[in-house]
Design a protein around this ligand. Structure first.
Ligand code: C2O
Ligand code: CU
Length: 577
């Protein structure tokens, strides 16, 4: 018999391998600390001076640059004086840290004025992500930014480029978020209307001469402010750029293009895409794409980057930025016509681009071939007690006073409606093309409880709104997971036959996906992340008006919650135990 010894050669070898492994892991994974102060400031991103919410004086806020596996710690000081705040890390799954998701009412209490809150989480996958306010309609006041997670040093991506740049796209309103929110929850209903400007990386241009109003103080709108000069992307001829294009529009669906240049799509929401070449990119709020662009055109001049509204009848001028070939002057405006984009109401065109997005060969995560549960979500408008609402299966979502994560983890009594919302709607009799009134709609803060580790199919079913011949595009975003995009269809989803056409071979995984007008979109995900997760339309006004649901899974696996997320509703007593 062999003498038991810790130091026999194979064990020593194993020990060395383990140690080296641990050392290289700790070398690779860094802790990145940020100190952010959130406050109101006067800003004029489109030349019109108004209050915006800034981080350390900036909007968009600082870009978080990290490597896969890094831990991010953001120490957030709320200096908004009289307003709460919460920040969501959009696309980060928060595995093991569901309390850091930053979704007010779902995963945490709001951060009170004067308080400092610490978000801590791991960025476990490379790719392009976002952060933004997740409290009321605060996001559109300017509280947002981007997160770039690189592959670990020494790891190669399946595409190459010389430079890496971020472009966050937004739309911008001159009215305050409060004025908008008040209008949306008033009788008579006051719609937010179309945005005044489109911003590329926080810069746009409003035509101040449209505002000949004497009630405005001089200087309120001033096109000569350097702050609202167009964003400039300087490129070196012959080089290839990875542009991380992301949308945090509050309302608009966008089409983005660079005059005279093709773009190759290589990444979507943190997943490698089988490359495809486009002239312009349709991008919906909450989506991120990486496109490769080669500076291969006549370098003696500059080119436009243009942002146009699609899906809604545009009433906002094209957002413009400059694609500047070095060494031309960065402020030299192109003399060519500005990009006009595709026809705004060509949903076939947009559907075709959605269908072109497939997982990259060699990087396919195959989906489970079957699911345990199918939830069909009818997207409609309703009127409830005279208030205009958006609803899902005729239930309009409202947030409870006690965040679900706390209520469920602490077994608090009666914090929300325990009766589950419906898994489907009356798809046999319901006419999705008909002008809707849905008199039986209700509002509720009830949630879907999912079996831990089960596979869930979600079918988003679009329909006509309460306006004749109108169906809108809704970008749906899931917190805490990526889902497989199994299919898109036109008209009413057939629960028996349409699943037979699902793409189970090379579907892309995403966290945000559009449902096109009068169409459906089918998703599949694994309920394998213990916590409570929002799934909602990423249009700020739509979610505010009830267009969302919440999923719970594996709540019993969530350990002790940090006290810092508590202190509101029925969790008041828990704050200072
Ligand atoms: Cu980017 Cu719940 O949102
Ligand atoms: Cu919507």
């Amino acid at each position: 018999m062999e003498a038991p010894s810790l130091l026999n050669p194979p064990r020593v070898l194993l020990l060395i391998v383990l140690c080296v492994g641990i050392v290289s892991l700790t070398e690779a994974a860094k802790v990145r600390r940020y100190k952010w102060e959130v406050k109101y400031e006067f800003k004029a991103p489109d030349c019109f001076r108004k209050l915006a919410i800034s981080i350390n004086g900036r909007t968009p806020g600082p870009t978080i640059l990290a490597h896969q596996g890094d831990t991010i710690i953001v120490e957030l000081k709320n200096s908004l004086l009289t307003e709460n705040v919460a920040i969501h890390w959009h696309g980060i799954r928060q595995i093991g840290t569901p309390w850091s998701d930053g979704t007010e009412g779902v995963t945490q209490c709001p951060i009170l004025p004067g308080e400092t809150f610490i978000y801590k989480f791991v960025v476990d996958r490379p790719g392009t992500y976002l952060y933004h306010a997740h409290y009321g309609m605060q996001r559109e006041a300017g509280l947002y930014g981007s997160i770039q997670v690189s592959v670990p040093n020494g790891t190669k991506e399946p595409f190459s480029y010389d430079y890496d740049r971020s472009l966050v796209l937004t739309d911008w309103y001159h009215k305050s978020t409060y004025e908008q929110a008040t209008g949306l929850s008033s009788i008579p209903f006051v719609w937010v209307g179309e945005p005044q400007s489109l911003l590329i990386q926080g810069k746009g241009r409003f035509n101040c001469s449209l505002l000949a109003s004497p009630s405005l103080a001089p200087g309120t709108c001033n096109t000569s402010l350097p702050e609202c000069s167009p964003f400039v992307l300087t490129v070196v001829p012959g080089k290839t750029y990875r542009l991380r294009v992301a949308s945090l529009a509050s309302l608009s669906a966008f089409n983005f293009e660079i005059e005279g240049h093709n773009m190759t799509v290589v990444e979507a929401d943190g997943h490698n895409v089988e490359p495809f070449v486009i002239k312009n990119l349709n991008i919906y709020s909450g989506e991120t794409y990486s496109v490769l662009v080669k500076a291969d055109q006549d370098p003696s001049r500059n080119y436009w980057m243009g942002l146009n509204v699609v899906s809604r009848k545009p009433a906002t001028p094209t957002g413009l930025a400059i694609f500047n070939y070095y060494p031309n002057h960065p402020r030299r405006m192109p003399t060519t016509p500005t990009p006009v984009g595709p026809l705004w109401n060509d949903s076939e065109y947009r559907l075709a681009q959605s269908l072109a997005i497939k997982a990259r060969q060699g990087y396919i995560h195959p989906p489970p071939l079957t699911s345990h549960r199918q939830i069909i979500l009818l997207n409609t408008q309703n009127s409830i007690n005279g208030f205009r609402r958006w609803s899902v299966n005729n239930v309009s979502f409202t947030l409870p006073h006690t965040p679900y994560l706390i209520a469920l983890n602490q077994n608090l009594k009666h914090p929300f409606d325990p009766i589950a919302p419906p898994d489907t709607y009356d798809y046999v009799n319901y006419d999705i093309f008909k002008l809707q009134d849905n008199p039986n709609a209700t509002s509720s803060n009830s949630i879907y409880r999912l079996k831990f580790n089960s596979t869930v199919d979600i079918v988003l079913q679009n329909a006509n709104t309460m306006v004749a011949n109108n169906s809108e595009t809704h970008p749906w975003h899931l917190h805490g997971h990526d889902f497989w995009v199994l299919g898109y269809g036109k008209g009413k989803f057939d629960p028996i036959n349409d699943p037979k056409k699902y793409n189970l071979v090379d579907p892309i995984m995403k966290n945000t996906v559009p449902v096109h007008p009068y169409g459906w979109t089918a998703l599949r995900f694994k309920a394998d992340n213990p916590g409570v997760w929002a799934f909602h339309c990423h249009i700020e006004a739509h979610f505010y008006m009830g267009m969302g649901v919440v999923f719970e899974e594996g709540i019993e696996k969530v350990g002790k919650l940090p006290l810092s997320i508590m202190g509101c509703g029925a969790s008041k007593g828990s704050h200072n135990p």
